[in-house]
Design a protein around this ligand. Structure first.
Ligand code: ADP
Ligand code: ADP
Ligand code: MG
Length: 446
């Protein structure tokens, strides 16, 4: 096993990775910006290196500083977490060139799947059903119009390098299409450094269902079942649950075998998530995330597999400890993303946390990095904590989530805790199987 791993991230995920490393007997190196010197991920790591000022391009995205930090500390591997450099193929390649292990797939996988146009093309060739749309980057307005007419309006214009729910827009007509293309291209260039765009059929009111996979270098390609991430706002996930309610097992099993087959063909390595839209009994592939996912804990709670531990082990060349037959999800798990933002206006909130009281008790897990007196900086993602409630049944998990949302106290800054309570109390959520548009359509009346 590695002796020392550098964690190239911050916040709750850096804390989560630190825990897995400690349990494996690996010593850890935290990196941080100037604003993060008092952050929990720095406090709990064995060593830490300040790698630059607060803006992310000067710190958490600064590949050269991170590699220097590995050299100074003698770290042999880098865990990128999610966001930041986790899906950056040149970073993975740079590490390889410096004889450091990137805890993730091969850089060729990141490259292929990071380009969403190419990812869909590859998956289609492997027999994965995809969302209808353009199979290459849009080069002219005329091409965009032809494709849109072929698949029928409304269509979605998407940035090939997009992520985090950014870089996409629905258009209803040819006029709107003409107006929107340059806007999305500009946005894509400034956010993702790449202005390639593509067009997809806009699927009306689908669900978001994703499949977790894990693969090693010894010919083992496993799926760890699915998650339902349909509770979204602005294409960003708010609540996730596993397993997905109301989809029959036969359909799911068919999808899993398609996913596993595609991973085999790609010779994929490590953790990955294949994201699908689900509508009228059909699945349509959207994209693959070649990294640890924010919502991985719900899968961990159901399968009792420590995904981060396994991710580190397979990156080191070990075999997955279990087999497909032994992956048996049990019960139901729900994750609420607690963000620093107003429950009503969603304005990001920063400031000092007063009293912090975490919920606890049977079936409750809280992944966080906050503590009483912690000053939440305004430079970064506003995810404060993930509350994961697990129960015997879906209803049991909902009840546990609700009682723990009543227990948790985060004073001093605004959070979306109230929104979570309203969602979990709503009749539609209780019934299950709502679409990705449900939250936004009902947010004011909840
Ligand atoms: P998940 O599917 O794991 O929930 P999200 O889409 O919520 O992933 O993204 C996780 C984090 O990574 C968020 O902080 C998001 O802003 C960031 N992120 C994802 N993709 C990109 C990207 N292409 N560029 C920049 N940030 C990204
Ligand atoms: P990101 O890389 O930002 O996660 P995705 O392609 O995964 O981008 O899309 C994010 C979300 O946007 C999806 O979870 C879904 O809610 C919505 N979405 C994406 N593609 C479509 C589509 N073709 N039709 C309808 N909704 C879509
Ligand atoms: Mg996505």
């Amino acid at each position: 096993m590695f002796d020392k791993v550098l964690i190239a991230n911050r916040g709750e995920i850096a804390v989560r990775i630190n825990r897995a490393c400690q349990e494996l007997g690996i010593s850890t190196v935290a990196i941080h910006s100037e604003a993060d010197s008092e952050s929990m991920h720095v406090r709990i790591a064995d060593e830490s290196v300040c790698i630059g000022p607060n803006p992310v391009n000067k710190s958490y995205l600064n590949a050269h500083s991170i590699i220097s930090a590995c050299e100074i500390t003698g770290a042999q591997a880098v865990h990128p977490g999610y966001g930041f450099l986790s899906e950056n193929p040149s970073f993975a390649k740079m590490l390889e060139d410096h004889k450091l292990t990137f805890i993730g797939p091969k850089h060729s996988h990141i490259q292929a799947m990071g380009d969403k146009i190419q990812a869909k093309k590859i998956m289609k060739e492997f027999g994965v059903p995809t969302v209808p749309g353009s199979d290459k980057a849009i080069e002219s307005e005329k091409e965009a119009i032809n494709i849109s007419k072929e698949i029928g309006f409304p269509v979605l214009i998407k940035a090939s390098a997009g992520g985090g729910g950014r870089g996409m827009k629905v258009v209803q007509s040819e006029i709107e299409l003409r107006e929107t293309i340059p806007i999305i291209k500009q946005e894509a260039l400034s956010f993702f450094g790449n202005d390639a765009i593509y067009i997809e059929k806009f699927i009306d009111s689908p669900r978001h269902i994703e499949v977790q996979v894990i693969c090693d270098q010894h010919g083992n390609f496993l799926h760890l079942h699915e998650r339902d991430c349909s509770i979204q706002r602005r294409n960003q996930k708010v609540i996730e649950e596993a397993l997905a309610p109301g989809i029959d097992n036969e359909k799911k099993e068919k999808l899993f075998s398609i996913c596993v087959n595609a991973m085999q063909k790609m010779e994929y390595l490590g953790l990955g998530t294949l994201e699908f839209l689900y509508k009228d009994g059909e699945f349509y592939f959207m994209e693959m995330n070649t990294r640890l996912q924010v919502e991985h804990p719900i899968t961990e709670m159901l399968t009792r597999i420590d995904l981060v531990r396994e991710q580190i082990c397979v990156a080191h060349g070990e075999k997955i400890f279990t087999t497909q037959e032994n992956v048996k999800p049990l019960g139901h798990s729900i994750e609420c993303r607690i963000n620093a933002e107003g429950s009503e206006d969603f304005k990001p909130s920063a400031g000092t946390i007063g009293l912090f009281h975490p919920p606890a008790g049977n079936g409750i897990r809280l992944d966080t990095f906050i503590y009483s007196g912690y000053k939440v900086p305004h430079y970064y993602d506003n995810l404060l904590a993930k509350l994961i409630a697990t129960g015997r049944t879906r209803n049991h998990a909902i009840k546990r989530a609700l009682r723990s949302l009543n227990e948790i106290v985060i004073d001093g800054i605004d959070t979306n805790i109230n929104l979570h309570k309203k969602i979990l109390l709503s009749k539609e959520f209780k019934i299950g199987s709502v679409s990705i548009n449900w939250l936004e359509n009902n947010i004011t009346s909840l």
